[in-house]
Design a protein around this ligand. Structure first.
Ligand code: HEC
Length: 162
């Protein structure tokens, strides 16, 4: 760093923040009304599959790979036996089932916005990033950005219930 740059940096550090804010107010450079409006606009709905032909990809999904994925990532919290709830609800026959549909499981209610039923699109969206697709959900799974992983595990869940 040149001595000049150092001096400039020092000057910047010495100007107290309130003084900067003061200047901004005087010159009218504070966040404009347009910025405020932007902040009030609703965030775009979380949709990791926008513009994707999900059902065409689902037709080619691999349930064997899906089972391996389920064993690694889901089984710790979910059983596949009917009415056997663990940390999460039983996932027996979940594909096509009503959201929040397992009797006796104490849901948060956060999943309702993904319903009314768990179709492939709703499941893929949820599994991509549970906390963003259903804010407030208690499902402590980070999610997977890999669409093939999502579709494989959904396909496994569907075939397993037959
Ligand atoms: C750390 C525990 C945990 C892991 C890991 C986990 N889940 Fe969940 N899951 C939950 C909980 C808790 C809920 C209930 C969420 C709520 O009520 O907000 C849930 C809910 C669900 C639901 C909604 C079911 C219904 O009855 O409406 C589906 C579908 C689901 N999980 C699929 C999966 C899949 C597939 C995986 C693996 C990729 C997975 N989960 C991994 C804990 C977990």
């Amino acid at each position: 760093m040149t001595p000049r740059a150092k001096a400039l940096l020092l000057c910047l550090m010495l100007v107290p923040a309130p003084a900067l804010a003061e200047t901004a107010r005087e010159t009218g450079q504070l966040p404009s009304a347009a910025d405020t409006l932007n902040h009030e606009a609703p965030p775009p709905a979380f949709d990791p599959d926008a513009g994707v032909d999900l059902l065409a990809l689902y037709a080619q999904a691999d349930p064997v790979a899906g089972e391996a994925y389920f064993t690694r990532r889901c089984q710790v919290c979910h059983s596949l036996d009917p009415n056997d709830n663990g940390v999460g609800p039983s996932l027996f026959d979940v594909v096509g089932m009503p959201v929040n549909g397992v009797q006796g499981y104490d849901y948060t209610g956060a999943l309702a916005r993904l319903g009314p039923v768990w179709d492939v699109a709703a499941l893929s969206r949820f599994l991509a990033r549970p906390s963003e697709a259903a804010p407030g959900t208690s499902m402590a799974f980070f999610g997977t950005q890999d669409r093939a992983d999502r579709l494989n595990v959904i396909r496994f869940l569907e075939e397993r219930a037959r």
